[in-house]
Write a protein that binds this ligand. Structure first.
Ligand code: PBG
Length: 331
């Protein structure tokens, strides 16, 4: 493309930055509250709001309290909330049966939130790590994370969440073939309108540390997740995974983590034109919060800038622990 610009001084780029009014007219991308999905953590009990030390400002909610939090989010105009359970240790087993218990924390929270605020979309996490004794997303036998056996369990977990009323299913496990299996099971069970937001390009990342604390999986985790999550050095592979997952029936796809992977968001959106979401993960949130608490950066400005950059990269939406703070800033 030819450079459509005149030589200086006919072209002065600073003209278009001269005032807030001119800058507003010139702005190409913006964050709206409709872009935000708010991830929240669940815990057993009543009236509980338990701080997560590695995520300042984030708490684990008991079911009664997450309903209040969900109402507040809906009142702010946030379209969706995403649930992650801290499963009690005595309910974590080798067979992960709690994952598809209709009365597990997630399923009780889905029903309570949908009863209180039917218009708020509820997203869930599909993976075995909150239920597993070893912190892995799938069944482990002799040190190997089994693929096909895990997919069968993920399908059961998916159906129990759809049955409870989940709007969006979010498989974060990175097993092969799970999207097709889940989509087939949802169709057979009559859940035609349940969306699948596939964690398609999910990288093996150091930025998940605080999340693993929040769901109580960090102490348990044996080794790493590199046999199923992606290598941070890869980019073409992300496009193959997105293509594969959409082909198997994913409605939307996710890139995760977010800020260090904006190039991936951009390639997915521009080369494949699929609805693209990014997950600004726990470690990204913790970095911004920690620096702000130390007075090293302006927390609100860094939050707003980080979220705007996802839009510039082409994302249609962002999962972020900042969702309520950002929604209040936009209000
Ligand atoms: C696991 C899962 C993880 C996150 C969401 N689902 C962690 C992992 O893969 O170990 C991370 C989210 C975050 O860091 O905010 N199924």
């Amino acid at each position: 493309m030819p450079a459509l610009t005149a030589p200086y001084p006919a072209a002065r780029f600073r003209r278009a930055r001269k005032s807030p009014a001119i800058r507003a007219l010139m702005q190409e991308n913006a964050v709206t509250v409709g872009d935000l999905i708010w991830p929240v953590f669940l815990t057993e009990g009543d009236g509980v709001e338990e701080p997560v030390p590695s995520m300042p400002g984030v708490v684990r909610y008991s079911v009664d309290r997450v309903v209040e939090a969900a109402k507040a989010a809906a009142d702010l105009g946030i379209p969706a909330i995403c649930l992650f359970p801290y499963t009690p240790l005595d309910k974590r087993t080798r067979d992960c049966a709690e994952a598809w218990n209709p009365e597990n924390l997630t399923n009780r929270a889905i029903r309570a939130i949908k009863a209180a605020r039917p218009e708020l979309a509820v997203m869930t996490d599909v993976a075995l790590d909150p239920y597993n004794i070893d912190g892995h997303d799938g069944f482990v036998v002799d040190g190997e994370v089994l693929n096909d056996e895990t997919v069968e369990a993920l399908v059961r977990q998916t159906l129990s969440q759809a049955e409870a009323g989940a709007d969006i299913i979010g498989p974060s496990d990175m097993m092969d073939g799970r999207i097709g299996a889940m989509r087939g099971a949802l169709e057979s069970a009559g859940h035609h309108n349940v969306l699948i937001l596939s964690y398609a390009a999910k990288y093996a990342s150091a930025f998940y540390g605080p999340f693993r604390d929040a769901v109580g999986a960090s102490g348990a985790l044996q080794g790493d997740k590199k046999t199923y999550q992606m290598n941070a050095g890869n980019s073409d592979e992300a496009l193959r995974l997105v293509t594969r997952d959409v082909g198997e029936g994913a409605d939307w796809v996710m890139v995760k983590p977010g800020m260090p992977y904006l190039d991936i968001c951009s390639r997915v959106k521009r080369e494949l034109q699929v609805p693209t979401f990014a997950y600004q993960v726990s470690g990204e949130y913790a970095m911004i919060r920690a620096a702000a608490q130390n007075g090293w950066i302006d927390g609100d400005k860094a939050m707003a800038e980080s979220l705007l950059c996802f839009k510039r990269a082409g994302c249609d939406g962002i999962l972020t622990y900042f969702a309520p703070d950002m929604a209040r800033l936009l209000a």
